[in-house]
Design a protein around this ligand. Structure first.
Ligand code: GDP
Ligand code: IMO
Ligand code: MG
Length: 441
């Protein structure tokens, strides 16, 4: 594909909108992308891999996508170069989306620079987590850290390599190196497991090769859309506080999750980005390790894990639950340049009897903090959240409401407090898991 150096300020140029999670993942990004996708010409994933679990509903059935963008059911969809893929899981996911009606042949595109998760990346992720003991990150064990480490170490294997005649040699060389590391550092002999895993891996590679005409240069591909005046949506995976640079390090993922990463990981100029949708839940959840300063009590947490299905879409692990935390939200909005917020799961409060809380700031050794910094996220014990209480709207429902004015008054008080405190508007409020359970504000 030819790249034309048109003047991007003139003529009909398109734009990129980015949708990212503002907290620790699982904010409901998939559902919102599914809704928005119809208004875009192309939807792209730009970071992470099958550690993500994005849930959508198709004909009242819940479908979780891990690697392919939730836009695949509406039109063209790209797994761009900033991503990593596991061929075995990608094959299963392609079969799944075909079953639900996606036109994969015409609509699924994969960047040649996407890094490939090798079987030994999975074994290393597991061994490394086990060796960390109590300090473990709570990784999804999808091989994410080892594959991005190889990328940064300039020895990763990429989708474009699949088509090289010496692909098996490239694979063997890297896997042999990993086996040596596994043996020397963890006394882990991978030989037996690896035989089956390698067979599955190459069978999946053969399957994926049938889509080789859909392997693209992400940068040229997306730029072509933009130069034709088309609209592109980027679907973030993981979320702000899991960003490798600005999240709650080391309890983060290994990719760049911020809105600014979308343009660089798609391979386009920063000037195309227009709207940045920051998604948050009405409360907060976190799965895996790491600080969570505003965690609710054990009883309410267990209740919400049950009634709000707060379990990881990828791993099934229970999610820890917390009150909405404005210091973190302010930090996340600033990091992403979010232009509006999308709030999901408001309807879950319909099910609760308790009054609600929002953390407006922290007291740290007697000093008020309105945003977070290095010490606040690491030295959690010194952080005392200060809350404002809100009445619940017992007996009334937000679920299924279509117009903002028809929400219970106390729900509007809760939402408007958030807007006032953080200074950007809510554009969408989600009041149920279904695609159309939305209020456009
Ligand atoms: P993602 O990773 O950000 O796409 O989010 P997940 O799919 O991991 O988790 C979000 C969960 O909340 C899924 O089970 C969704 O079906 C569900 N969900 C999304 N929005 C709403 C909502 O407004 N109300 C309810 N009740 N469920 C929602
Ligand atoms: P979506 O896109 C929630 C968490 C893991 C762990 C940490 C590192 O569905 O919002 P990794 O496997 O990336 O090395 O794990 O990050 N994590 C997520 N938590 N949602 C996700 O994705 C996540 N992806 C990774 O639980 O704490
Ligand atoms: Mg998820």
């Amino acid at each position: 594909m030819e790249l034309k150096n048109k003047d991007i300020r003139g003529g009909s140029v398109g734009n990129l909108d980015v949708l990212i999670g503002l907290f620790y993942g699982d904010e409901g990004k998939g559902k919102i992308v599914q809704y928005l996708a119809d208004s875009y010409d192309l939807v792209c994933r730009f970071n992470g891999g099958p550690n993500a679990g994005h849930t959508i509903y198709i004909n009242s059935e819940s479908v979780v996508l891990n690697t392919i963008s939730c836009g695949i059911f509406s039109g063209p969809s790209l797994c761009a170069d900033g991503m990593v893929v596991n061929p075995v899981l990608l094959k299963e996911e392609i079969e799944k989306v075909i079953k639900y009606g996606a036109d994969v042949k015409n609509n699924l595109f994969i960047g040649t620079g996407v890094h490939i998760i090798l079987p030994t990346h999975l074994l290393m992720d597991k061994a490394e987590e086990m060796a960390k003991g109590d300090n473990k990150i709570g990784s999804t064990q999808m091989g994410i850290c080892p594959v991005y480490r190889d990328k940064a170490g300039r020895e990763g294997v990429r989708v474009g390599d699949i088509l090289q005649p010496n692909f098996k040699d490239i694979y063997d060389r890297q896997v042999a190196k990993h086996c040596k590391i596994l043996m020397e550092l963890y006394n882990y002999d991978a030989t037996v497991e690896l035989a089956t895993m390698t067979e599955q891996f190459f069978s999946a590679i053969e399957y994926i090769k049938q889509y080789k005409n859909n392997f693209v240069n992400s940068s040229a591909f997306v730029n072509d859309y933009l130069q034709k005046g088309k609209k592109v949506l980027a679907e973030g995976a993981q979320a702000t506080m899991l960003d490798i640079s600005f999240g709650t390090y080391p309890f983060v993922t290994s990719s760049r999750t911020l809105a600014s990463a979308a343009s660089s990981e798609l391979g386009i100029g920063a000037q195309y980005t227009k709207n940045v949708y920051g998604v948050l839940k009405a409360y907060t959840t976190r799965v895996g390790g790491g600080p969570l300063a505003t965690r609710v009590g054990a009883e309410l947490e267990a209740y919400l894990q049950e009634v709000a299905h707060e379990r990881g879409a990828r791993t099934g692990r229970p999610r820890n639950v917390a009150w909405l935390d404005l210091p973190t939200l302010r930090y996340a909005i600033a990091l992403n340049g979010a232009t509006s917020m999308v709030l999901t799961k408001l309807d879950i409060f319909d099910l609760m009897k308790e009054d609600l809380k929002i953390c407006t700031h922290y007291m740290v050794n007697g000093v008020e903090k309105n945003t977070i910094d290095f010490n606040l996220v690491t030295e959690n014990d010194n952080v005392v959240p200060v809350y404002t209480d809100f009445k619940n709207w017992q007996g009334q429902k937000s679920e299924g409401i279509k117009k903002y004015e028809e929400l219970p008054e106390q729900a509007r008080v809760y939402l408007e407090f958030i807007e006032t405190q953080v200074g950007i508007p809510l554009s969408i409020i989600s009041v149920g898991a279904g695609k159309d359970d939305l209020i456009l504000k």
